[in-house]
Design a protein around this ligand. Structure first.
Ligand SMILES: C[S@@+](CC[C@H](N)C(=O)[O-])C[C@H]1O[C@@H](n2cnc3c(N)ncnc32)[C@H](O)[C@@H]1O
Length: 353
């Protein structure tokens, strides 16, 4: 079979791939810089020579030379070739350092690296079609997930998402019973416990090490109106909740319909369920952009295998979109689904009825 190859297209694609490979290496370099605390060390110091940075950090200048070359070529650090200096500008500090800022990407990077580190297992289940439990991932995957989502929740949950729901903020201020299902390391539960001291929050997750991390987080924050329990979304204990929420976890569940049904059964009749899911359009064609590229990939190696490892194994995927999520919620018995808020990475659905 003869084939007509357009070498212009080959060149164009290869050029794009070189950019992707450069990005992959840059993510790795950014993680090294984070672990060595170089971005924070350079933040606010102005232009530094290699020797000055070696003195400041106490690190080997041979390594620093190579690292600076790579991150400067990437634009993660600003290089002045005339003066031979390297600077972390305030903008670069916000993206690569300054823990807890919404623009900080280091949590993202940790998740990616954790997947590369266990790529053989990912390939095994990808080929066999079997599930891979959430608990099978490296601890840095859980910490990275929390680190990635935390700044967005800190910036939006209390300030905009809850106020965007019909009548919920007043109830939480007055004192309500809240369930945070699939709470992971408990950031969202602790934020709500702090913001609504009259309310009682129950954080629920089936991953025991995450619940331990959540308890430690609550103790560190000094909040006593939050409790964490190891339980499944489909049958956690308790009832008469005024407010239930799931943050970026419904699509990880094997039985999202069962989970939503249990939420409905354990909510008061006038209760509200807030579902936070990754931002996505309703069809694959809507998601052909960098965020779609990232979320489908994360879903391929983390979310979908986690769902397939559980009972039912629906494998909803991290880019399900509001239409598909609404079908799941309707099947669980909820009648009303409304997009109450959104950010570039998340959609916030108000679910009632
Ligand atoms: C992507 S993490 C999100 C964690 C947290 N909500 C956050 O936003 O940082 C998904 C979480 O869902 C939990 N999870 C998955 N399936 C579950 C189930 N069936 N019951 C309870 N928790 C579940 C996992 O243990 C994990 O902590």
């Amino acid at each position: 079979m003869s084939e007509d190859i357009d070498f212009g297209k080959v060149e164009e694609l290869a050029g794009k791939v070189i950019g992707d490979v450069a990005g992959a290496m840059s993510v790795f370099m950014a993680v090294l810089g984070d672990k060595a605390k170089l971005f924070d060390l350079m933040d606010g110091k102005g232009p530094l020579t290699l020797e000055q940075l070696a003195d400041l950090s106490g690190m080997n200048s041979k390594y620093l030379h190579e690292w600076l070359g790579s991150v400067s070529a990437a634009g993660y650090v600003t290089y002045d070739p005339e003066k031979e200096t390297f600077e972390v500008t305030p903008e670069q500090a916000l993206v690569f350092g300054r823990e807890g800022q919404p623009a900080c990407m280091q949590g993202f990077f940790e998740i990616i690296l954790s997947q590369f580190a266990t790529h053989e297992k990912a390939a095994e289940v990808f080929i066999s079609g079997e599930g891979r439990p959430w608990s099978d991932h490296l601890p840095c995957c859980f910490c990275g997930t929390d680190r990635f989502f935390r700044p967005g929740y800190a910036a939006n949950l209390v300030a905009t998402w809850i106020p965007a729901l019909e009548g919920v903020e007043d109830k939480l201020k007055a004192g309500a019973k809240i369930a945070d299902i699939g709470c992971g390391h408990g950031t969202s539960s602790v934020l709500m416990a702090q913001a609504y001291p009259n309310s009682k929050v129950v954080g629920i997750d089936f991953h025991a090490p995450s619940i331990e991390a959540a308890k430690a987080k609550a103790a560190e924050a000094g909040v006593d109106n939050v409790e964490f329990i190891v339980a499944k979304a489909q049958d956690y204990p308790g009832d008469d909740f005024d407010f239930a929420c799931i943050f970026d976890a419904l699509h990880d569940m094997g039985d999202p319909v069962g989970a939503a049904r249990h939420i409905r059964e354990t909510l008061k009749d006038d209760g509200t369920f807030m579902l936070v899911e990754p931002m996505a359009g309703d069809s694959m064609a809507d998601n052909m952009h960098p965020m779609g590229q990232i979320f489908y990939a994360a879903s391929c190696v983390v979310c979908t295998p986690a769902s397939l490892a559980q009972e039912v194994g629906l494998g909803l995927g991290a880019q399900a979109g509001q239409k598909r999520l609404t079908e799941v919620l309707n099947e669980a018995g909820f009648e009303n689904v409304r997009r109450a808020a959104e950010t570039p990475t998340n959609m916030v659905l108000e679910v009632t009825g």
